[in-house]
Write a protein that binds this ligand. Structure first.
Ligand SMILES: CC/C=C\C/C=C\C/C=C\C/C=C/C(=O)SCCNC(=O)CCNC(=O)[C@H](O)C(C)(C)COP(=O)(O)OP(=O)(O)OC[C@H]1O[C@@H](n2cnc3c(N)ncnc32)[C@H](O)[C@@H]1OP(=O)(O)O
Length: 338
């Protein structure tokens, strides 16, 4: 079974694998730039704000801390997804790496989900390439042989929530301004079946039904009560809590944990692996419809408008507005009763 998982992971993006540069003089740190061309150039200074995926490897424990770093909101664009795929391949192939903690380097945001602009006003070839990259990340993360903990240090809608759902364990910063959930229907789009399956496997059918239909975004406390996340901690303790939790997962022999994980996730992964091309075709057909494009444009504009209503838009104020607009959910009480 572990071999099955490994096979799922390896052999994808083979041309890109192995092009990561390891920072000399700062052992165990991998840095990638959002421009593909810089990937192959060994570099000696890595404090540039354009670093989009940062990996800090603790060689003593074999735990990689991976930080998404695309301000302002870590939206999952095609370049970011491509870089992330390379990093994940590299970590899977590193025999010293046993665990992965996924977090964000951007204050208050884990990830805003898929980049809206990759799904708007583009040729079908772009949609197709973009969707393949989204699939790729899900396959790599959900099928990862590493112990994987999400340290959710900010809002995490839609694709951001999916990233967290791929982990084995989710710890969220207990900040009431943060929200998490699959809110796709609120944008006038539909979470694909494998987003749905990932949520379903985590929170069960009834919560999935209500959450997906209503596009619900939850506060950390709500998310905990629905088992969308496993634990809440004060923001300042998030990374230490994730590291401590990782210790628990790494006490289990890798092969036993990997085979168990594979047993539980294999059929869900195969659901997509067996029909990737059809899924891409569906996505392209759906996203290129005029009505869907209009919905997305309207939604993207509404994000802009929220900002225009406030002068000046302090980041804490903006955070509150997003939370109030998307998170206060009357349907939460329905779930509580169910
Ligand atoms: C039949 C079915 C077949 C196939 C399936 C078909 C379709 C399914 C397709 C896809 C599934 C989609 C998954 C997704 O992930 S869609 C993305 C959903 N994301 C969101 O709804 C989040 C939107 N953003 C926010 O709510 C807030 O930005 C956030 C709470 C994250 C942060 O708030 P804050 O107040 O701090 O920042 P803002 O001022 O709102 O934003 C700053 C800046 O960033 C831009 N932005 C925000 N989110 C995105 C995004 N997802 N993509 C691109 N850009 C984004 C925002 O517009 C601002 O830009 P600017 O004004 O230029 O500074």
């Amino acid at each position: 079974m572990a071999a099955v998982l490994r096979k799922l992971i390896q052999g994808r993006l083979p041309a890109l694998a192995g092009v990561l540069c390891r920072r000399s003089g700062n052992e165990g740190h991998l840095f990638l730039n959002s421009s593909g061309s810089t990937l192959m150039q060994p570099r000696c200074g890595y404090s540039s704000p354009t670093e989009s995926v940062i990996v800090e490897m603790d060689k003593a424990t074999g735990v990689a801390l991976l930080k998404l770093n695309i301000p302002p909101v870590n939206s999952l664009s095609l370049p970011l997804l491509t870089e992330l795929a390379i990093v994940l391949d590299k970590l899977e192939m590193d025999k010293h790496c046993r665990g992965l903690i996924l977090t964000s380097a951007v204050p208050n945001i884990f990830s805003a989900g898929l980049n809206l602009f990759d799904m708007m006003d583009k040729p079908n070839e772009h949609y197709s390439e973009f969707w393949r990259a989204v699939q790729e990340i899900w396959i790599k993360l959900y099928g990862s042989s590493l112990a994987n903990i999400a340290a959710i240090n900010g809002s995490s809608p839609a694709g951001g929530c999916l990233l967290a759902l791929c982990s084995d364990y989710r710890i969220m910063a207990n900040n009431p301004h943060f929200t998490i959930g699959l809110n796709e229907t609120r944008l006038g789009i539909v979470a694909p079946f494998w987003f749905k399956d990932t949520l379903l496997n985590t929170v069960g059918k009834r919560t999935t039904e209500i959450s997906l239909n209503l596009g619900a975004l939850y506060s950390p406390t709500e998310a905990l009560s629905l088992h969308l996340v496993d634990r809440l901690v004060p923001e300042t303790q998030l990374l230490s809590a994730a590291t401590e939790e990782m210790g628990r997962w790494l006490q289990v022999p890798d092969h036993a944990r990997q085979i168990t994980k594979s047993m539980i996730r294999k059929s869900t992964l195969e659901g997509l692996l067996n029909q990737r091309e059809a899924d891409i075709k569906n996505f392209v057909e759906f996203i290129s419809r005029d009505s869907i494009q209009k919905s997305l444009q309207f939604y993207a504009q509404s994000l802009q408008k929220q900002k225009q209503h406030i002068h000046p838009p302090s980041s804490s104020c903006r955070q509150q507005i997003s939370s109030v607009t998307f998170a206060r959910s009357p349907w939460y009480s329905l779930i509580q009763r169910s």
